[in-house]
Write a protein that binds this ligand. Sequence first.
Ligand code: B16
Ligand code: MG
Length: 213
Amino acid sequence: MKAFIFDLDGVIVDTAKYHFIAWKRIGEKVGFQLSHEQNESLKGVSRVESLERILGWAEAKISSTEKEALLIEKNEDYLQQIDAMGREEILPGVIELLQFAQENNIPVALGSASKNATRILEKLNITSYFNAIVDGNHVTKSKPDPEVFLKGAALLNQAPKDCIVFEDAAAGIAAAKAAGMTTIGMGGADEVKTADHCFDTMALIKPEFIRSL
Ligand code: B16
Ligand code: MG
């Protein structure tokens, strides 16, 4: 069977709501109200690029020192919320699919844009399910560039065509497609409808479906 590559935010756990709270506060600092739709478009986008987009929407011109300070402030705020998170926040069906992979010797990698990925996996106590971790600290180009997923496949010693990527964001689906991988869009948002297959939750993914791939 093929290898699995999991995105983190929006696939394993819904951290988008915490990013939203933290980015909203940063937006307010430059006199801007970040909308829910705008936050949706930041999914899978790196921290630095997210700030650039918010400053663009706000038409705010600030120095690189001020940008650096806002990035630190955003991350501290975000981490404070993440640290209060528990295993009950793992999305439905995730543990079952990770266990299925383990029982069937399917190699599993993480392919996330987040620089906080290892901290989040530790917090959720699921690090041991992953044979390889590629996150925002290991890539130079963010999604929709395929780098994060190609690195994951390489670490698993798998050909890209033999990898199945679980993603919740348009940028992530585009990245996985560019890598030549099978894509599974999670969460039911319109932006992931371009994926090869779509599921509202992982609890709906049955072993027969995985075997059919
Ligand atoms: P951090 P993913 C992405 O994670 C998030 O979707 C995106 O909203 C966030 O800006 C990015 O990680 C960077 O996160 O600030 O923790 O480095 O969906 O690729 O797992
Ligand atoms: Mg995501």
